[in-house]
Design a protein around this ligand. Structure first.
Ligand code: 5AD
Ligand code: SF4
Length: 440
């Protein structure tokens, strides 16, 4: 096989969570800095980075079918880099299974991509899945141009070891980026066009620096940045929901009234088997404290159906919890055994058709809750950050403070913070009417 030439154009495809979206953007900036150009829409790229997700089986299988689809009509392939969590978990195994892959780079070392691309172009097939102590962030180029709503990774990794989850293995131990670095990156994001910043971490509310400052201190500092209108954070763990962070929802006007706080199940036996270290009641108690601090808060969660041993009664407890909380939105998944995790070898694995049926019932409960939540918003005025054009001519899309999608007419510009009246609720969005541009 002849070695591919140095690439002139690239495309980055990110799968999975928002942290992968963030990493994908940072890899693209790194490639830009190397003089490699982003391939135009619809055109072949010389280098394709697949920034992969390993959280559930289907996500992993997708990587291999995507690699197959990159083959061109003349039989050649672009230089293919597999990055992200599948790269971390499978490493050199990917090279064996997929001969078209040129390099494999884990999520903690993608700042080494330029050297790896050069090595791949001269015929090597480098694999780097190190988890070095120094972080990649210091070696990445500064942010340049971003959309009105930008992500900022503040924390990575997880020490919780829920028994179903690969994250502690693929992303490593919890690390928090430094306060000064984060404030500087947030300022650059705002200079580059961001009006809203979502702080990201696998356990974002576990962000903590050596002197004990927690996430609320970072949020307060970012709220002082002129031009930054909105702050969000995701994903949080119930046990790291400190009083200080809850109070920030009351005290910091720029912190949006939305909290994604996964509970996974409504059954205490299942929660224990999942090693979640909270009960349904202690989770609900956290939500009560948050609602006291910020009565209009919109709540969101992740759920897994069909965890090994889950009985019909335990599943029913999850549905009841959804009905009780009144979520604004939720994500729900069928349990997927991940190699190397404790739950994968537990007794009582649930049959596929039972999982399918439970997922449908769970999603029906979620849809009912979501529509009810959207209906409570009808008739209210609120701000919306204009993010993009809608499907129909003259239509604009943006998010309300409660993270609902709103669509409306008028002539705003992307990045404007506008005032709208919410007119009609659908399951996944709200129709709205533009009132006027709101002051930032
Ligand atoms: N199977 C199904 N869902 C999973 N999640 C994590 N691991 C698994 C798994 N093995 C879900 C959890 C988590 C979300 C990001 O993905 O609900 O909160
Ligand atoms: Fe996975 Fe649990 Fe850590 Fe979330 S808290 S990343 S579900 S191990």
């Amino acid at each position: 096989m002849t070695a591919p030439a140095l690439p002139k154009t690239y495309r980055v495809k990110s799968f999975g969570c928002q942290m992968n979206v963030y990493d994908g953007e940072r890899m693209a900036e790194l490639l830009d800095q190397q003089g490699i150009a982003r391939a135009a829409e619809g055109e072949d790229a010389d280098l394709v980075v697949l920034n992969t997700c390993h959280i559930r089986e289907r996500a992993t299988e997708k990587v291999f079918s995507d690699i197959g689809r990159l083959k061109r009509e003349d039989g050649s392939s672009p230089l293919i880099a597999v990055a992200g969590c599948v790269a971390q978990a499978e490493g050199a195994e990917i090279l064996r299974r997929a001969p078209a892959v040129s390099l494999v780079v884990g999520p903690q070392v993608y700042h080494r991509l330029p050297q790896m691309i050069a090595a791949a172009a001269s015929g090597a097939r480098p694999v780097d899945t190190d988890m070095p102590l120094e972080t990649k962030f210091g070696s990445l180029p500064a942010r340049r141009k971003v959309g009105p709503s930008a992500f900022l990774t503040v924390q990575e990794g997880c020490d919780k070891f829920c028994t179903y989850c690969v994250v502690p293995y693929t992303r490593g131990a919890e690390i928090s980026r430094s306060f000064a670095d984060l404030v500087a990156e947030a300022e650059r994001l705002v200079d580059a066009g961001a009006k809203e910043i979502t702080l990201l971490g696998q356990n974002v509310n576990a962000w903590r620096v050596a002197d004990g400052r927690g996430l609320e201190r970072l949020i307060e500092a970012l709220a002082l940045i002129p031009g930054l209108a909105r702050i969000r954070y995701t994903t949080s763990h119930p046990n790291d929901m400190t009083e200080g962070l809850i109070e920030a929802h009351r005290d910091v006007a720029k912190l949006m009234p939305f909290l994604h706080l996964p509970v996974q199940s409504g059954s205490d036996r299942v929660l224990k088997a999942m090693n979640r270290s909270h009960s349904a009641a202690s989770y609900l108690a956290v939500l009560d404290r948050v609602r006291t601090a910020r009565p209009d808060i919109a709540l969101s969660s992740d759920f897994i159906v069909g965890f090994p041993g889950e009985t019909e009664a335990e599943f029913a407890a999850t549905v009841r919890l959804i009905e009780q909380v009144g979520y604004a939105q939720c994500f729900s998944f069928k349990y997927s055994p991940r190699p190397g995790t404790p739950a994968a070898t537990m007794e009582g694995q649930i049959a596929a058709q039972v999982m399918d049926e439970r997922l449908q019932r769970l999603q029906a409960a979620i849809n009912t809750a979501q529509l009810a939540f959207n209906q409570t918003s009808v008739g209210q005025n609120c701000t919306v950050l204009v993010e993009r054009k809608g499907k129909y001519p003259g239509q604009w899309l943006g998010k309300t403070p409660w993270l609902q999608s709103a669509h409306f007419g008028g002539e705003p510009a992307i990045g404007d913070l506008v005032e709208v009246e919410l007119l009609e609720a659908m399951g996944n969005s709200l129709a709205a009417r533009l009132i006027e541009p709101a002051p930032v």
